[in-house]
Design a protein around this ligand. Structure first.
Ligand code: SAM
Length: 321
């Protein structure tokens, strides 16, 4: 079992397989062209898997593939199959913008993927385009339908932004309810790479919008998930992730690995240690030692809060959100 310096059990590894993305979401990426990490600096799937396997043997039982946009990395299904075949019981999930799903959903399912979170910030083509800085909605919707058709369990992620898509909170909830899938509203987390003047809604403001149509009851959290569940009067369950409160840092169970091999203990902070050299030298015990050092020093909580607009300098597209 993996335990961090604050006595929290860590069993969840998020793996960003690429920082590249086919969207330029205003809350995540700078819109100016910037230089990507060259492909040769990334760990190969075989190298990433060597580490994941060791981490699973140490107690990781939940793995989420993310990015950047993970579906941009070629042969992702083969990588998923490596993890699944090592332990079919592992809770294996993926976060994607959905754009490329119509082509690959079946392959991902066949490889052993169980669950998908798909980002959907608007149901209006022009607003989706404004946020992603690309005309994306039609393909994202096709991606959602394809994922459901092949039998993947889907959740929707929405980041409500003031004056942009905050009038669509109920629409996205209804869209998800009609398809019998759960939506999770995520508070915008201020970060240095996002567009300057963006303002997100706090959790309580998001709930106010839902209450314009529904009576809601707070249900609570499932395990160490950062998402608080609510039920509408019709019995539909949705989630709220509000990092500006620190309730969920108390039992944070996650650690993040980037495509370059950096292990990141907290989404907010810059601190990270590399497992790259160890893994590329085939020294897996050394990589596990690095993992344990990162866990020992894992911060107690993030610094987003309700009172001021503390910004993280970490790039979401690098850590995978
Ligand atoms: N490209 C994939 C996608 O769009 O879902 C995976 C990577 S993305 C970084 C993972 C999640 O992080 C998405 O649900 C996205 O909405 C969320 N995210 C990115 N930047 C964020 C921010 N500043 N605040 C809140 N959520 C953010």
């Amino acid at each position: 079992m993996l335990i961090d310096g604050h006595n929290r059990k860590v069993n969840y590894l998020r793996v960003s397989v690429t920082e590249r993305c086919n969207f330029r979401c205003q809350y995540c990426m700078p819109d100016k062209p910037f230089s990507w990490v060259p492909k040769e600096n990334l760990l190969s799937f075989e190298e990433l898997f060597l580490f994941i396997k060791a981490a699973m043997d140490e107690g990781i039982d939940k793995v989420r593939i993310t990015g950047g946009e993970p579906l941009l990395r070629e042969d992702l299904d083969k990588f998923i199959a490596m993890i699944y075949n090592h332990n079919p019981e592992v809770d294996l999930a993926l976060t994607t913008n959905g754009y490329l799903l119509p082509r690959v959903a079946q392959k991902l399912k066949d490889a052993g993927l169980k669950r998908l979170n798909i980002s959907l910030d608007s149901l209006k083509p022009e607003v989706a385009q404004q946020i992603a800085q690309k005309d994306v909605l039609k393909d994202v919707l096709k991606g959602i339908e394809k994922a459901l058709e092949v039998g993947l369990k889907v959740k929707i992620n929405m980041v409500p932004l003031k004056g942009i898509n905050d009038n669509e909170i109920v629409d996205i909830l209804d869209f998800s309810k009609e398809r019998n899938i759960e939506v999770r509203f995520i508070e915008y987390m201020e970060n240095a790479l996002a567009k300057d003047d963006l303002k997100g809604l706090l959790g309580k403001e998001i709930l106010e919008k839902v209450k314009e149509k529904y009576t809601i009851t707070k249900v609570g959290r499932e395990g160490a998930s950062p998402s608080f569940s609510y039920l509408t009067d019709e019995g539909y369950k949705f989630g709220l992730i509000d990092p500006h409160k620190h309730d969920f840092c108390e039992d944070c169970n996650r650690i993040r690995l980037t495509a370059e091999g950096n292990l990141i203990p907290c989404l907010y902070f810059d601190e990270a240690l590399s497992i790259k050299e160890a893994v590329q030298a085939g020294d897996i015990p050394k990589a596990v030692e690095v993992l344990k050092t990162v866990l020992k020093d894992k911060p107690k909580e993030n610094r987003w809060n309700d009172e001021d607009s503390e910004q993280s300098s970490r790039a979401f597209y690098e850590t995978g959100g």
